[in-house]
Design a protein around this ligand. Structure first.
Ligand SMILES: [Ca+2]
Length: 284
């Protein structure tokens, strides 16, 4: 499948770009707690390397073993780390496979401000230009300040509009301006003003705007640490980022944990599963 988003910081070369079907499937699992049957899934993923297919099959088992219910963390992760163009392609893939629009599915499974923000992200409406506008950053920072810290209660829509629509470089500048105006970090204000999954989503957007690879490294760290392994998260990130920025994620992971992703996977997994993951990881 052709994609303009061929990563230069990936570890796997046999398949270019990202696969919207993989993401559509992961979203489906996140929303419904179940996937399609494994055979259908594997056939969707024929462009994938053998190692990747093994992982996806394993992921399917991990999710199906857990039963139903929306996995908000996975939903948040996918919707905050894909580009607008990718989200549009995921939406098409979702419709092709499930005969339902992604927006309708999200609407039926979520609610309130969380739903409103997810729908903007799912529609791929975030500005993707690399140009930044200092005046706009100051204006948005002031709007965020007025919508939260400065008033009693919170104007949630103001947070949603700015955080879901502005480009990542623009947001970074806005967060700097926000600090000047409020003497507070935007993350602290979000924690103080908002709550629940909506808070989690906006915090994820802030972290991704600052450094998506570091955000995903943190997710991997959480998936691997302690007893047991969150295979759904581990596999999803390894497969979906292997052609995009896994080298950067590896670097961030080492910074965060003090040890390599490779060694963490090696000590947490075994057998064919370990071999498949390590192949995707590349090396130390
Ligand atoms: Ca307030």
């Amino acid at each position: 499948m052709a994609s303009i988003w061929v990563g230069k910081r990936g570890t796997i070369r046999d398949y270019p770009g990202f696969n919207p079907s993989v993401d559509a499937e992961a979203i489906r699992k996140a929303i419904k707690g179940i996937g399609t049957d494994e055979k259908t899934l594997i056939s969707i993923l024929t462009e994938r390397t053998n190692a990747q297919r093994q992982l996806i099959a394993k992921e399917y088992q991990a999710v199906c073993g857990k039963g139903t219910g929306t996995n908000e963390d996975a939903l948040i992760e996918i919707l905050t780390t894909r580009t607008s163009k990718q989200m549009q392609e995921i939406g098409h893939a979702y419709y092709t496979v499930y005969k339902k629009s992604l927006g309708d599915e999200i609407s039926s499974e979520t609610s309130g401000d969380f739903r409103k923000a997810l729908l903007i992200l799912a529609n791929g409406r975030r500005d993707e230009s690399l140009k930044v506008d200092e005046q706009l950053a100051r204006k948005d920072a002031q709007i965020l300040y007025n919508a939260g810290e400065k008033r009693w209660g919170t104007d949630e829509d103001a947070f949603t509009d700015i955080l879901c629509l502005r480009s990542c470089p623009q947001l970074k500048l806005t967060f700097d301006e926000y600090r000047n105006i409020s003497q507070k970090d935007i993350e602290d204000s979000i924690k103080g003003e908002l709550s629940g999954h909506f808070e989690d989503l906006l915090l994820a957007i802030v972290r991704c705007a600052r450094n998506t690879s570091a955000f995903l490294a943190e997710r991997l760290y959480q998936a691997l640490k302690g007893a047991g392994t969150d295979e759904f998260t581990l596999n999803r990130i390894m497969v979906s980022r292997s052609e995009i920025d896994l080298l950067d994620i590896r670097t961030e992971f080492k910074k965060l944990s003090g040890y390599s992703l490779y060694s963490a996977i090696k000590s947490d997994t075994s057998g064919d599963y370990e071999t498949a993951l390590l192949k995707i990881c590349g090396d130390d």
